[in-house]
Write a protein that binds this ligand. Structure first.
Ligand code: NAG
Length: 257
């Protein structure tokens, strides 16, 4: 009996060995340089992490082999927990950082897409970033005004409003989407912002980073103190002038320069 069991385990072991060896070989052909036995999950998690660290830039599509992994992440509890943690850090900053003065010039800047509103329902139908962006179809979707709120961001939005901080929304959405954007924001619970800045025709020649930095410059020149920025793209938070602090939400679906 014991000998039979031993034989059985040996066969199973051999089988598993062959399976993992063949898995490893598939990856090895692509990524042989590490000398590590990595799984597809390791590979894709590392891709995602390096997107967030801003080591991977300017990607046009999510790598084909990671589309399923990224789709899973964007619809997972982990994505929600990661985002909630970002918001918690914003809250800590807000209550400890700043010397808010009266006079209505203390301000906070938010992105819109994948910061206040989620585009995940759109990307769910469009291969989770695995296909090159079709801006016509994305704008069609945006014009329907059906994007859900990111709950944790709504909580921060309301908390800031309660403190009397001016809320400035700066989005790379085009001006033609203004009324759909307002309707969508109000529908899901956002109201009482001070300013909504979208990309006008002149701004369309600039990249996102330059457009957003120029907007901040205008507000600062008008006496605003910007205590924080919350965005999902590096181009929303990099560039000068900046804010007292910046916070980035996770977004491995697409990259906006
Ligand atoms: C982009 O989307 C539009 C609108 O849905 C569609 O008519 C067009 O064929 C799409 N273009 C490509 C290249 O898929």
């Amino acid at each position: 009996m014991a000998r039979n069991l031993g034989f059985f385990l040996a066969i199973i072991g051999l089988f598993l060995g062959l399976v993992s060896a063949s898995n490893w070989n598939i990856l090895n052909q692509k990524k042989g340089k590490y000398g590590l036995q990595i799984t597809l999950k390791n590979y894709c998690e590392s891709w995602r992490m390096n997107v967030e660290l801003h080591n991977i830039r300017d990607f046009e599509v999510v790598p084909e082999e990671c589309v399923q992994f990224i789709g899973k992440y964007m619809t997972s509890t982990q994505y929600k927990v990661d985002s909630e943690r970002t918001i918690d850090e914003c809250t800590v900053h807000m209550y400890t950082c700043c010397d808010f003065k009266k006079g209505g010039k203390d301000a906070w800047i938010f992105d819109i897409d994948d910061t206040l509103l989620s585009t995940v329902p759109y990307y769910k139908k469009n291969d989770f970033g695995g296909r090159k962006l079709n801006s016509t179809s994305l704008e069609e979707w945006m014009s329907q005004g059906k994007a859900p709120a990111l709950e944790h961001s709504l909580r921060l939005f309301n908390e800031l409003k309660g403190l009397g901080i001016q809320i400035i929304l700066v989005s790379s959405r085009r001006e033609c989407l203004r009324s759909a954007t307002i309707d969508n924001l109000v529908d899901v619970g956002y109201h009482g912002w001070t300013s909504l800045i979208l990309r006008g025709e002149d701004d369309e020649k600039k990249n996102n980073q330059k457009f957003k930095a120029d907007v901040r410059k205008k507000f600062i020149n008008n006496g605003y103190r910007i205590w924080g920025i919350l965005g999902d793209q590096w181009s929303s938070i990099e560039g000068l002038p900046s804010a007292k602090r910046t916070f980035k939400l996770p977004n491995p679906l697409y990259y906006v320069a």
